[in-house]
Design a protein around this ligand. Structure first.
Ligand code: TYD
Ligand code: MG
Length: 464
């Protein structure tokens, strides 16, 4: 007699085990294994049915460029790589309440002016979506709205030649296939429903926008396999207390994958922010110690943000390090270089670092701005209010050139900054900002310190 086959699947990472255990060995989460029935096992090998021969072609052929559909919400179109590609699947992840449904309703309302768009909500009733549409002033947009969760019905509604060209599934965790025993939101359901929906989207050339919830540690809930199944993964992020939201492409088969779009959540929905630097610097007060303006690049665009640091004597044996919006191991490196290569006694202090406004900076070019903010906080001498800073720091303390210098300088000049602390270029070449910005070129991190020297020695209250 055949054994009833079951397996235990981790609801966090999708790993499967023949036996139950309290902890998932793959991702380390506790109590995430759930029993699932294994579908009838596939026949071993290929069997007797012969396959068709594949036609091979040369690399040099002419392929049509994928046609793009523009929503005319520029921040959204740019993050998608210049518009939505027909027959592609996008996953939009984000914390609950961050504004995914709002964004997609606004996008479909714009797209619906030119093409048929369906918005299928599994989380909210039709009335709730209508109420949101009324609040956004979109009631007259010809979006086709439905509240449904059974994938069999959804596929039947999408799978015909004159069906909608764009479909939103809000959210994948509420959808289910009735032939599977598992509950909606489990790995098995999420994987199977996404596969069915993507299959019909590819066959009919439908652009599929799938909403996915994010777990507390930032993964798209359920399986990571979902990220492999779709063409594009976008994360919608932002701090709850802040009004603005950042849409970030983390994977894109049809465009650059590090692009961001910036929006502001207001009374009537999301508004595009076409000049993010102005927004990130809006609350800035000049001449405060411990802050530096970093001239960064996000995707294809320069973005200026303020880096804030607080260095305070620590009452603890192991001083605290708290970082928001930057990599904490990178902070540890900058602190170690300051201490070991420049003789700055900083290690015994508590260090708090934050990127103002909630942006997450990942570029190594922010090193120098962080170092400037730290030294400024330690010495009590502000970074000049009209200065921007960028540059990567190496382990020996050398300040290294970074890419896209001209773009950074241009943006700084545009926003009225007067000088720049930057790496000495390898070869001197004229930059766009040369006429307007006074350049302070640094070779080594040691060159930064004289800029913060006061006449009286700074109070050093560390354990030195
Ligand atoms: P929502 O799109 O429902 O989030 P998600 O789908 O990601 O869970 O966004 C809900 C939040 O946005 C909610 O806290 C209210 C706020 N909001 C506004 O501030 N202004 C608006 O015009 C709308 C529609 C929502
Ligand atoms: Mg929602």
């Amino acid at each position: 007699m055949a054994r009833a086959a079951t397996r235990y699947v981790c609801q966090n990472c999708g790993a499967s085990y023949p036996k139950w255990s309290g902890k998932c060995d793959a991702c380390g989460e506790w109590n995430t294994l759930v029993e699932e029935q294994v579908a009838e096992s596939a026949p071993k090998g290929l069997g007797k049915t012969p396959g068709r021969r594949i036609e091979f072609v040369a690399l040099s052929g002419v392929s049509k460029e994928a046609p793009r559909r523009l929503s005319h919400i520029q921040e959204f179109d740019r993050v998608c790589g210049g518009g939505l590609v027909n027959g592609s699947a996008l996953l939009i992840g984000g914390d609950p309440g961050i504004g995914k449904s709002t964004l997609l309703l606004q996008v479909t309302a714009c797209l619906a002016q030119e093409t048929r768009c369906a918005y299928i909500s599994g989380e909210e009733a039709v009335e709730q979506v209508r109420m949101r549409a009324a609040r956004l002033g979109l009631v007259n947009a010809p979006v086709e709205l439905a509240s449904a969760t059974n994938v069999r019905d959804i596929v039947a509604s999408l799978d015909h030649a004159d069906g909608p060209r764009v479909a939103v599934i809000d959210s994948i965790q509420t959808m289910y296939i009735d032939t599977l025993d598992s509950a909606p939101g489990t790995v098995a359901q999420v994987r199977a429903t996404a596969a069915e929906l993507i299959r019909v989207a590819k066959r009919r050339g439908i652009t599929l926008l799938i909403v996915g919830h994010v777990t507390k540690d930032g993964q798209i809930a359920g399986p990571r396999v979902l990220e492999h199944m779709v063409d594009t993964v976008l994360y919608f992020e932002g701090e709850r207390g802040h009004q603005f939201r950042i849409l970030r492409a983390v994977k894109n088969r049809f465009g650059p994958s590090d692009e961001i779009g910036v929006f502001e959540m207001g009374e009537d929905g999301l508004v595009e922010v076409t000049n993010p630097s102005e927004l990130f610097l809006a609350d800035r007060r000049g001449d405060i110690t411990g802050t530096a303006v970093f001239a960064g690049i996000e995707g294809t665009r320069p973005v200026l943000v303020e880096v804030q640091a607080l260095v305070a004597p620590s009452p603890l044996g192991t001083p605290r390090r708290a970082v928001v919006g930057w990599d904490s191991s990178r902070l540890a490196m900058v602190l170690a270089v300051l201490e070991a290569r420049c003789g700055v006694a900083i290690g015994a202090n508590d260090v708090y670092l934050s990127v103002a406004g909630g942006l997450k900076v990942t570029e190594p070019a922010a090193d120098l701005a962080v170092a400037a903010a730290l030294v400024s906080s330690l010495t009590g001498e502000p970074v000049p209010a009209d200065a921007v800073v960028f540059g990567e720091i190496g382990l020996s303390g050398e300040v290294r050139p970074v890419s896209q210098t001209d773009q950074r300088l241009k943006e700084a000049a545009k926003l009225g900054f007067g000088r720049v602390l930057m790496p000495a270029p390898r070869r001197s070449r004229g930059g766009a900002g040369e006429d307007t910005l006074r350049r302070v070129e640094l070779d080594h991190l040691n060159d930064l310190l004289p800029l913060f020297q006061t006449d009286s020695p700074p109070p050093r209250r560390g354990k030195d």
